[in-house]
Write a protein that binds this ligand. Structure first.
Ligand SMILES: [Zn+2]
Length: 239
């Protein structure tokens, strides 16, 4: 399978992966990856980085940063393997760092999923998640704290990390105000293998660490008027 990055704004490339999404920022001779798929997505992530790099001019840009919305295995799954090939910083909100390093685990468990396995969509999703390495140890060492509310520049793009907690204790969305883009991770999605719904929605309740908090966060994000919304699951929203 191949996945082609789609340039949704200048230097902002969205990849809709097999079961979760990632985004590549390009500019200033560097690349920044936002989220990184399941462990099994390694070659797809690499191919998408090469594709964006090849379109960036004669001087191939270097991957310098990986920004993490949250520490679930379908969002950080390739990071450790990518580090064997590239040298980059991994950045996450301080409240999310323990979930990324796996000093703590805030993720759906087999016990949460069991009561739903009679539903074909859940059964198919579990099979995919297991095959894609979702149960493996994906903990990432040496994570640099990224302070919510403090704008930083990555690959020439102004990025404002913004706390959007509930799905996990430190879940973070990334606003790119100059590009009119909002990267929402799993705080707001537009689809999921377990969902029959299309369009803007919350993930199924079992996936959230704190459902009430996740609901409040979702309510805020729905009001956000970015022209481009890039969710962790489902297609990009362009308006
Ligand atoms: Zn998640």
């Amino acid at each position: 399978m191949t996945v082609a990055p789609v340039e949704v704004a200048p230097g902002v490339h969205f990849v809709e992966g097999p079961a979760s999404n990632w985004t590549i920022l390009s500019g200033d001779g560097t690349l920044t990856l936002v989220d990184a798929g399941y462990p099994a997505d390694l070659e797809l992530v690499e191919a998408s980085l090469r594709s964006v790099a090849a379109g960036s001019g004669p001087e191939l840009p270097r991957l310098t940063s990986v920004l993490v919305t949250h520490g679930h295995s379908d969002h950080i799954g390739t990071v450790t393997a990518l580090r064997r090939r590239h040298e980059f910083d991994v950045l996450a909100a301080p409240a999310e760092v323990p979930n990324v390093t796996r000093d703590e685990l805030h993720q759906v468990t087999v016990g949460d999923v069991l009561p739903h396995l009679y539903k074909p969509r859940f059964a198919r999703w579990v099979l995919h998640a297991v095959r894609a390495g979702g149960l493996g140890d994906v903990g990432v060492a040496d994570v640099v704290p990224l302070v919510p509310g403090t704008p930083r520049t990555f690959s020439g793009h102004r990025v404002v990390p913004t706390a959007a907690v509930g799905h996990t204790p430190g879940h973070t969305v990334f606003a790119l105000p100059d590009d009119d883009v909002l990267i929402t991770g799993d705080a707001l999605v537009t689809g999921h293998p377990t969902s029959r719904l299309e369009g803007v929605q919350m993930l199924h309740p079992i996936f959230h660490d704190d459902l009430a908090e996740a609901g409040r966060t979702y309510g805020r994000l729905v009001e956000h008027r970015a022209r481009v919304v890039l969710p962790g699951h489902g297609p990009a929203l362009l308006r």
